[in-house]
Design a protein around this ligand. Structure first.
Ligand code: ASN
Ligand code: ZN
Length: 320
């Protein structure tokens, strides 16, 4: 009789525990992100005033200014990517409104995330077109906001190059997701269409073959390394954050192609969860990030994916 009592007590306790977990979740319930993106596009009218005049808000019809519509659509594609691929509701995973300013500065040759919003220059027209032409650039800038919200990787040396690389990874995945491309089909270029026809080059960076995106008398040579053997020690560019990002970029590309299929589903998911892992510190190195990706591959998938992650890092000279 004691046996029967014990097991019935146990089943009652299990039942109560299950009911409790259904009725009283440990964390407060969050509203499902049913509202979609909340986009605002500002026009700085070639000044450096942010956010400038609002020229298109969520739900507004397209306007005559192509840069405005590219920014609006690019923010939409980036929002859709993070929600669909990882269930992330905007930059802060809490439905934050997305603000971008176009026509920033006088022929300004860059785009950036300023901690609160995206900013896009028009380019000089000689070397660079407007910075909204490439969807992966828009995804890159917004991903800086995601990284800042999660690991807060310091924008210096290896942690800075990781910060840069994560923006390239998610920027490229935004484009691949919109196009429905597999890892094999993707171009793995960052900023295709950004360089004018006068420049000898195809893009700002190549994740597939770092160091080969351009070689131009005026712009210079793409000097990104694809392996730790070529790691550039420099004090410019915050310790070469846009240079040494070639190394983790190549590791991600290598993993994505090894796993095959849609890169955001396994390779991207592993990188995304590594970025969110509490063990990842703001001063993370390539090695500590590689270890985080290996752990996530094991937790999320299994031994095959974990080995593929380790092989990918090993191929760029980062042992895990
Ligand atoms: N376009 C650059 C980037 O987002 C601007 C910068 O150096 N912060 O990385
Ligand atoms: Zn960046």
């Amino acid at each position: 009789s004691t046996m029967a009592q014990d097991s019935s007590h146990r089943s009652v306790r299990v039942h109560n525990a299950l009911m409790r977990s259904v009725q009283r979740p440990a964390t407060p319930p969050r509203l499902a992100p049913t509202s979609g993106p909340r986009r605002t596009i500002g026009d700085a009218k070639e000044s450096e005033d942010l956010p400038g005049t609002t020229v298109r808000a969520e739900g507004d019809a397209p306007v005559a200014d192509v840069a405005v519509n590219e920014a609006y659509d690019g923010l939409g594609a980036t929002f859709a990517f993070f929600l669909d691929a990882y269930g992330r509701d905007s930059v802060d995973d809490d439905g934050m409104g997305l603000l971008a300013t176009v026509h920033y500065g006088d022929h300004y040759e860059n785009a950036f995330w300023n901690g609160r919003q995206m900013v896009f220059g028009d380019g000089d027209g000689e070397l660079f077109n407007r910075f909204t032409v490439s969807l992966d650039i828009i995804g890159h800038e917004l991903a800086h906001g995601v990284t800042e919200d999660e690991a807060q990787l310091m924008y210096l040396n290896q942690s800075g190059a990781l910060n840069e690389s994560l923006s390239d990874v998610f920027g490229s995945l935004v484009k691949q997701h919109l196009r429905g491309q597999t890892a094999e089909e993707a171009d793995w270029l960052i900023g295709e269409g950004l360089l004018t026809d006068a420049v000898q080059g195809v893009a700002l960076r190549s994740m597939k073959e770092p160091g080969t995106a351009y070689d131009d008398p005026v712009l210079g040579d793409d000097i990104q390394p694809a392996h730790m053997d070529g790691y550039v020690r420099t004090t410019t560019d915050n310790g070469g954050v846009h240079i040494n990002s070639g190394i983790p970029n190549k590791a991600f590309y290598t993993l994505a192609v090894a796993l095959g299929g849609h890169a955001w589903e396994r390779a991207g998911r592993i990188w995304y969860e590594a970025l969110r892992a509490p063990q990842l510190r703001p001063n993370a190195t390539f090695r500590s990030f590689a270890a985080a990706t290996s752990r996530q591959a094991q937790v999320l998938f299994g031994p095959e994916e974990t080995q593929a992650v380790r092989d990918a890092w090993a191929s760029v000279g980062v042992p895990v």
